[in-house]
Design a protein around this ligand. Sequence first.
Ligand code: ADP
Ligand code: TRP
Length: 314
Amino acid sequence: MAEKIILSGIKPTGRVHLGNYFGAMKQLVDMNATYAMIADYHTLNFIQNKEEMQNLIVEAVIDHLAIGLDPKKTILFKQSDISAHTELTWIFDTLVTVPYLERAHAYKDAEAKGKEVSAGTFNYPVLMASDILLYDADVVPVGADQKQHVEYARDIAGKFNHVFGETFKLPEPFIMKDVGVVPGTDGRKMSKSYGNTIPLFATDEEITKAVMSIVTDSGEGTPTNVYAIHALFRDKKDLDALYEEKKGKYKDLKEALIEDIKKFMTPLREKRKMIAADRDTVLQIIKEGSERAKAAADKKLLEAKKAIGVILED
Ligand code: ADP
Ligand code: TRP
């Protein structure tokens, strides 16, 4: 049986946090992903500043290398380096309808906030479908909130195949079961946009401050938000014993969590520092990754262009 193609992407929108790591990035490493993509064109919907964009892209590459992604095994590339992504998006745009895109959660959320939504935000799932379908991805590891987008990619592949003949593989989302949604310090989904994160490469001070600020309920003696984050660092049996022993002692439990996060974070932070010190190597890695990805993407795009009839054959 042929090896499964595993692909995921992350928007380089700022410091990554525990939600990004346990919900998505870690899986890329654990699963030995075939492709890891820096989704800079998706990010353009939010970051419209040259220096900031350049900086965020480089930081995102460093983040991936620091968590142990091996660029020899996983093709780490930048979306904007490969024009096939935007070109295929146009082809798909002619197949999807406006009401269909209006049902996307991300669009509905943006609309509900009463902001004017850019055409890029509206079109977000179509670009993401191109990201996935260009590489014949079988499996797309993502956090639970991205499941709908992977389903959009499936629908779009199905529609294209129906209209023009079998061309694209139908991808499956992969959501790590015992992680699902990582809660933030306020109990809502951990997210950069809520300001409730624990950064992945946080300093000791930042860890202490964030954990101490975790909102606790006055329920059964188990602070649910603290427990949910703690479960990422210890096995359940061990954790349940600790929470039983320290029932109601929220400060002690938070201190135990701080210790566990520090133990986990210190080596990671050191590794990141070393990688960041060699910027030339970092830039070379992304350049080579994009070259490798481009070869696959261009081939697939040509197949699609042949299928729709824009390539004239003699
Ligand atoms: P943010 O909400 O902080 O802006 P992104 O939308 O950039 O995060 O998400 C990047 C990846 O991390 C996605 O695959 C997403 O599903 C995953 N992810 C983000 N936050 C969480 C969370 N709290 N729990 C689990 N996965 C998450
Ligand atoms: N939309 C994803 C997010 O916000 C990032 C992304 C872009 C992606 N293209 C992708 C994820 C392709 C998986 C596959 O997290």
